[in-house]
Design a protein around this ligand. Structure first.
Ligand code: NAD
Ligand code: TYD
Length: 356
């Protein structure tokens, strides 16, 4: 089993990255140092790792505000902290935004990944006791019909600027392994849900819109299917791959948990109503069908038998339990939602890290 002394996490102020840092210092049992490199775009909020900062700041936890496309800044982070692992999550991550403005996706997801890979290759100079783990999505595989699953052998067929940019980054990661011998692992995961997710993605958007009586916008016929996984289970899978995964190998991660969007919303409405004591009919009356997303992938479903059989990973949270915990988190953290949406977290950053 691999061990690391310093892990450089990119995108650690975002949804999955902040949960990963909290997990590594908690249940994951990691005993070394973590450096969080994040540009703090609209989707990043350093407040999501506030407890880690209080417990470990300046000793085992460090934050560097930097763009992964900024080569001198990334080189400086490598020189300052000498990481022996990188787990790369920084990305532009929302499909709808990629349709409205693809350029930022190409810059961060393709050029940013290239910059990180190239700095790591130069800094690590052929070392084998290091690892670059790249976090990617099942969306690189395209869209499924009514049957079948994405496996690691499924050919890439990305259909949105987001998934095309992630596919490009995946290919670069594997190319750096085959060409330069960079020790890499790669994972492609299905849709995540849980605390600290920016409220533009389906579940937090719907929860917050219910609470404020706003329409619940469904694209097309509402029958698109996604495979949902609790974010902590994704992070336990990432940590398993980082420690036990075979170098140069890719692993699919999924929840084996397919839901049609509209059926998922019905379950969500029931849970939110139970938690708030409101009449579920009030929420149901907010459902609004809107124009479909262009190129909207119909169905995603993951075959994750490789990570289960080869690395022994299992998800630990049932969907009902994870969904209820997520609803409770959004109900009890309205301040986080307001601050991340308004950009007001920046003053929190200045108070806690000094003005930057
Ligand atoms: P997110 O949008 O919540 O967070 C992205 C983070 O990256 C933010 O903190 C942002 O500030 C940072 N960032 C963006 N551009 C940057 C740049 N140029 N330099 C440095 N930092 C930058 O995203 P997420 O949902 O946490 O996703 C994290 C990773 O996981 C992404 O690579 C995404 O493709 C992948 N992924 C996400 C899901 C999902 O369901 N959310 C599923 C599978 C894979
Ligand atoms: P999303 O959370 O954007 O994730 P992704 O597109 O990366 O899978 O969307 C999940 C599903 O929900 C997808 O089928 C699009 C749909 N959707 C809506 O119907 N309405 C919305 O407002 C959003 C954000 C998504």
């Amino acid at each position: 089993m691999r061990n690391f002394s310093t892990i450089l996490v990119t995108g650690g102020a975002g949804f999955i990255g902040s949960n990963l840092i909290n997990y590594l210092f908690g249940q994951g049992g990691f005993e070394g140092r973590i450096v969080n490199v994040d540009a703090l775009t609209y989707a990043g909020n350093p407040e999501s790792t506030a407890e880690v900062l209080t417990a470990h700041g300046g000793k085992r936890y460090f934050f560097e505000k930097a763009d992964i496309c900024d080569r001198p800044a990334i080189e400086a982070a490598f020189e300052k902290y000498h990481p022996d692992a990188v787990v790369h999550l920084a990305a532009e991550s929302h499909v709808d935004r990629s349709i409205l403005g693809p350029e930022a996706f190409i810059k961060t997801n393709v050029m940013g990944t290239f910059t990180l890979l190239d700095v790591a290759r130069t800094a690590w100079k052929g070392r084998e006791d290091v690892l670059f783990h790249h976090v990617s999505t099942d969306e690189v595989y395209g869209s499924l019909g009514d049957s079948g699953f994405f496996s690691e052998e499924t050919p890439y067929d990305p259909r949105s600027p987001y998934s095309a940019s992630k596919a490009g980054s995946d290919h670069l990661v594997m190319a750096y392994h085959h060409t330069y011998g960079l020790p890499v692992t790669l994972s492609n995961c299905s849709n995540n849900y849980g605390p600290y997710q920016f409220p533009e993605k389906l579940l937090p958007l719907m929860i917050l819109n219910m609470l404020s009586g706003k329409p619940l916008p469904f694209y097309g016929d509402g029958k698109n299917i996604r495979d949902w996984l609790y974010v902590e289970d994704h992070n336990s899978a990432l940590w398993t791959i980082m420690r036990k995964g075979e170098v140069g190998r890719d692993y699919n991660i999924g929840g084996e948990n397919e839901w049609e969007n509209i059926r998922l919303l019905s379950r969500l409405i029931e849970i939110v109503a139970e938690e708030t004591g409101a009449d579920p009919e009030t929420y149901r009356s907010l459902i609004t069908y809107v124009k479909d997303r262009p190129g909207h992938d119909r169905r995603y479903a993951i075959d994750c038998s490789r990570i289960k059989s080869e690395l022994g990973w299992r998800q630990a949270h049932s969907f009902d339990e994870g969904l209820r915990d997520t609803v409770r988190w959004y109900l009890t953290n309205p301040g986080w939602c307001e601050r991340v949406r308004s950009g007001e977290y920046r003053s929190w950053l200045d108070r806690n890290y000094g003005a930057r």
